[in-house]
Ligand binder design. Structure first.
Ligand code: ADP
Length: 483
């Protein structure tokens, strides 16, 4: 079976882990089982050699009667088939035993462990192993007791868990323990497989739902969201996807809006270019065709109209270029420190003749020693020019136009350009900063002046606002940072 499903792979990993753990567990159990049996055997038979010594004493006290002692050893081993009995001299040499001599692999026993055993007061760690004469290097738990052999010191040395015992215990180990652990392991693995498949299936159900939603989103159903989000990793993933989807939808909307604006702008530009161009072409052709019939007064009139149209075209192209540089970030403010009071004074002085011509009072606030500002002076002058030109244009005779300056508590200087003109209706007010938005067309108006002013103030990280009342007047406000 191909594990191409996440939950199947997870189950397989779980089962693999369980099996490995089970096998390690069986290995450890088998290894420690031997030690456990030896330890309990040695603990139970701690005094076995001392007890046997009493039985052996009559046969050894005076002299070593090999036949008699062999018989006693044989009888004792017949009563307890799991022990092997040896009589040792003081150096550990075997004096007597009952066994086929070919089975005895070494004739001496290392006395170190035996002496420690005899001196032990319950501190030795069990199982305590001594040399097994029936193997060349093997060691086994034992019991030992001193015994007199023909007047000399000797030892009764009893190996616990003899050969017979070895095979019996190997049998038990091989059958019983292995069988139980293998059965338990099989049961655990089967249960874990069932539980694992079911629970991973449940867990990955959410993943499958998420995949489904992402697929539908990719196919264009942009309303698809993973909500609700649980408080876990999958929930976080879902929330991240939803955020990403929102951003994508926003970006697409923005792109659509930009595209719509671009088309609108192209339409506006072509429309705004067409009328002056048609007029220029018409008048020039008329002059050329009727050159001799025209009075000098007529010719002059036509040429003036042509000049006005060309001036408008020039202005439109320049303002478009200016706006596009501001919007693309190509035109950036070059800040310098200057007195806004002086600039306001200069701008009002510049427009005073025009104001007088229109019988409008133009003024700037009284000098009040304001702190200098830090901004691009020519850009700010451009903005003030535009606002003052608009104000003068839309303020009837006897009206007032003024530039008012205030120190703001946050450290900025607030600049108001106020007029008592015709005002702007609430319906038009939200749009007047849009490109090409003109409430009332006038021969010089491109509809770009306020859009340029707004981009300039935004490039200074400030905002421009307007408040107006029809037939009462209009106030444009923006602020600039103090130096
Ligand atoms: P334009 O170059 O045509 O004046 P603007 O972007 O400067 O374009 O202004 C947009 C429109 O906002 C103008 O057509 C005008 O109708 C309106 N407007 C601007 N300033 C004033 C004002 N001070 N009072 C009344 N209307 C104004």
């Amino acid at each position: 079976m191909k594990l191409n499903r996440f939950y199947l792979r997870m189950t397989a990993i779980l089962l693999g882990l369980l099996l490995t753990a089970g096998i390690v567990q069986v290995g450890v159990t088998l290894a420690s089982y031997g030690d456990f049996v030896r330890e309990s055997d040695q603990r139970l038979n701690r005094n076995l050699a001392a007890n046997l010594a009493k039985t052996f004493h009559p046969f050894l006290a005076d002299s070593l009667d090999q036949d008699a002692i062999g018989q006693v050893i044989h009888d004792s081993m017949a009563m307890n088939p799991f022990i092997e009995i040896y009589v040792l001299d003081e150096q550990g040499q075997l004096l007597a035993y009952f066994a086929d001599p070919s089975k005895i692999k070494r004739m001496a026993v290392n006395m170190g462990p035996v002496r420690s055993w005899l001196a032990d007061e319950g501190e030795l760690p069990l199982p305590w192993l001594g040399d097994d004469p029936r193997s060349e290097a093997g060691r086994k738990p034992f019991s030992a007791a001193p015994i007199s052999v023909g007047g000399e010191t000797g030892y009764l040395y009893v190996i616990l868990g003899g050969e017979l015992y070895d095979s019996a215990s190997a049998m038990i180990r091989g059958s019983y323990i292995l069988r139980t652990t293998a059965t338990t392991l099989a049961v655990i693995v089967i249960c874990a497989a069932i539980v694992g498949v079911l629970s991973f299936l449940l867990l990955t159900r959410r993943l499958r739902r998420m995949t489904d939603i992402v697929r539908r989103f990719r196919q264009g159903d942009w309303a698809q969201r993973i909500q609700p989000h649980a408080a876990d990793e999958l929930g976080e993933l879902g929330a991240a996807f939803d955020q990403m989807a929102d951003t994508i939808v926003d970006n697409v909307d923005q792109l659509k809006e930009v595209d719509r604006q671009r088309r609108e702008m192209v339409a506006n530009i072509s429309h705004d270019l067409r009328s002056p161009l048609t007029s220029v072409q018409g008048y020039i052709e008329t002059i050329l065709l009727h050159e001799s019939d025209l009075s000098s007064e007529q010719r002059r009139q036509y040429l003036q109209t042509v000049s006005q149209s060309v001036r408008f075209l020039n202005r439109l192209v320049n303002e478009l270029f200016e706006l596009s540089k501001l919007e693309s970030g190509q035109s950036q403010p070059v800040p310098e420190v200057f007195s806004i009071e002086e600039l306001a004074h200069d701008v009002t002085a510049k427009y005073r003749p025009l104001a007088e011509e229109k019988h409008v009072t133009l003024s700037a606030s009284e000098p009040q020693s304001l702190r200098p500002v830090r901004a691009d002076i020519s850009m700010i002058e451009r903005t003030l020019d535009n606002l003052i030109e608009n104000a003068l244009r839309f303020t009837p005779a006897q009206g007032r136009v003024s530039i008012q300056l205030h120190q703001e508590p946050e450290g900025d200087i607030l600049i108001d350009v106020a007029d008592t003109g015709i005002g702007i209706s609430p319906e038009d007010l939200p749009h007047i900063f849009d490109r090409f938005y003109r409430v009332r067309r006038h021969p010089d108006g491109t509809g770009l002046g306020l859009a340029i002013s707004q981009r300039i103030i935004e490039a200074h990280e400030r905002a421009i606002s307007v408040r107006s009342q029809v037939d009462q007047g209009t106030v444009f406000s923006f602020s600039l940072p103090c130096a």
